[in-house]
Design a protein around this ligand. Structure first.
Ligand SMILES: Cc1cc2nc3c(=O)[nH]c(=O)nc-3n(C[C@H](O)[C@H](O)[C@H](O)COP(=O)(O)OP(=O)(O)OC[C@H]3O[C@@H](n4cnc5c(N)ncnc54)[C@H](O)[C@@H]3O)c2cc1C
Length: 454
């Protein structure tokens, strides 16, 4: 039997309507929590749906443990909810941030901070400058997310896996989730897709493109004598480089620093192995990636324990519960950000959020074909090349906050989300202490004919 030609359809879907709210956010990662909390703080009734058992997406389940891409030189460009996270995590002792006086370039400061990953990874200097960035703990991220959502009065449903959109004549009306109790329907005036893979928008009929980038199953090691490891690499850089080269070969791909310190003493996170060629929305590929990654991790860790000073007593603390998928489907929205927009720091009159030194126009968060639907996060409307350099956690949160503001305004003014003026979103972002990028930095590119559509 050729299974490719088989289709199963079901006409008898009956899903009870379990909830109705003004704003429905699907996906409880960094962008989704930012969107839900901001819309709720703007006065809307908000429901947030998440497929897994906790909030945070890749920042917790994926164990991606450094907040970066928040600075343009010495200017902090990503603010708002991300700053609240940093502050709350620091109070819990679960975030490490270099103080302002240490945000400079020197070997001494590199030796002090480099292994926390709190450096400007875009710089070409050696050593790289230490900058405003935060190394944090994944469970701390979940707890802070819970607190923010609870305090804002968001109705949260975990264990709820979005499966189909409810669309009426090109207008979003809600979604259906699969749950242990069967399908459940959620109705709303505005839906925000923050699934990272535009699960909602793609099924609702919005155009998109599909690509992929490296996939990584992050892991953490405990029992590491990080002081000894750092001393060894500082005193024996050549020897350390050779050992690390071999480890990275066994892992089959990693960034220059394959292990980084965390706020917990003796615990390091390993942003590896990097694997290519996997489709992050295909269960067969994801299964193969899980197996391939664990095989590589097992082999590499055995070698690390034997050969890398400081790691003799290291043990596998955990492997991320969630595969680290960086890129899958990307919205093809009202505006598609290009690599050149990012690298030239192109400023848009309808900029509503910022990354490091680049700007997100509101149009890149709006699908063309479907009304009352917004997207935010790593699946925003961009070419694959542009997305690779503009999808870090803080900017995803800024996008989330911008659509949360937009949704709140649309409810208040009783207008379609696509008709909310960008200037109002910019003012709203400022009310929420977030930088919408309305005021371009000195190094931005400003087109003479900047287009204002919103
Ligand atoms: C290995 C790796 C390393 C990285 N390193 C860094 C780094 O050092 N610093 C940095 O800032 N960024 C880094 N990034 C990028 C960053 O982690 C992501 O781009 C960012 O987390 C995206 O946030 P998001 O909210 O858009 O999506 P996600 O974090 O993917 O969150 C999406 C959420 O939606 C939920 N969801 C998905 N589908 C459904 C569904 N059908 N129904 C219900 N819920 C659903 C998910 O469970 C998840 O909670 C890295 C990424 C990876 C993979």
């Amino acid at each position: 039997m050729n299974t490719q030609d088989l289709r199963v359809t079901s006409a008898d879907l009956k899903a009870p309507v379990v909830n109705r709210s003004q704003v429905l956010v699907v996906g409880g990662g960094p962008a989704g929590v930012a969107a839900a909390v901001t819309a709720a703080r703007s006065g809307a009734s908000v429901t947030l749906l998440e497929r897994y058992n906790s909030l945070g997406g890749l920042a917790s389940g994926g164990m991606v443990l450094v907040l970066d891409d928040m600075i343009n030189g010495q200017e902090i460009t990503v603010t708002g909810i991300v700053s609240e996270y940093v502050e709350r995590l620091q109070k819990l002792g679960l975030a490490v941030v270099p103080p302002a006086e240490d945000r400079k370039t020197s070997t001494e400061l590199w030796n002090k901070w480099g292994r926390f990953g709190t450096f400007d990874f875009h710089s070409h200097t050696n050593p790289k400058p230490i900058c405003y960035a935060a190394a944090f703990d994944p469970d701390g991220w979940k707890r802070v997310s819970n607190d923010l959502v609870r305090e804002a009065g968001v109705t949260l449903r975990l264990h709820s896996w979005f499966s189909r959109p409810i669309v009426d004549n090109g207008v979003m009306k809600g979604v259906i989730c699969e749950t242990k109790s069967g399908p459940q329907a959620y109705l709303a005036d505005i839906v925000i897709d923050t699934t990272g893979d535009i699960d909602v928008a793609s099924r609702a009929g919005a155009s998109y493109i599909q690509d992929s980038y490296i996939t990584t199953l992050v892991f953490r090691l405990g029992g590491v004598d990080t002081a000894e490891a750092e001393r060894f690499e500082q005193e024996n850089p050549k020897e350390a480089r050779a050992i690390n080269r071999k480890i990275k070969r066994l892992l089959g791909g990693a960034w220059e620093l394959w292990w980084l310190k965390t706020p917990i003493d003796g615990v390091v996170w390993c942003n590896a192995p990097h694997m290519s060629g996997f489709n992050g929305v295909d269960p067969a590929d994801l299964t193969a990636a899980e197996f391939a990654a664990r095989d590589r991790i097992t082999e590499a860790v055995a070698h690390v324990k034997e050969h890398l000073p400081g790691f003799a007593n290291a043990y596998m603390l955990d492997v991320a519960p969630q595969m680290g998928v960086r890129q899958t489907r990307l919205l093809e929205g009202e505006y598609v950000m290009t690599k050149e927009d990012v690298t030239s720091r192109r400023h848009f009159a309808d900029s509503v959020a910022r990354g490091r030194d680049y700007y997100y126009p509101y149009r890149s968060l709006l699908p063309k074909e479907v009304d009352q639907l917004l997207v935010a996060g790593r699946h925003y409307s961009a070419t694959p090349e542009a997305q690779k350099m503009s999808r870090e956690i803080p900017p995803c949160m800024a996008m989330g906050q911008a659509v949360g503001v937009a949704a709140g305004l649309a409810i208040q003014e009783n207008v379609l989300v696509r008709d909310v003026p960008a200037a109002d979103i910019q003012a709203g972002m400022r009310r929420h202490n977030a930088d919408p990028g309305d005021i371009p930095s000195a190094n931005a590119t400003i087109d003479a004919g900047e287009l204002v559509t919103a």
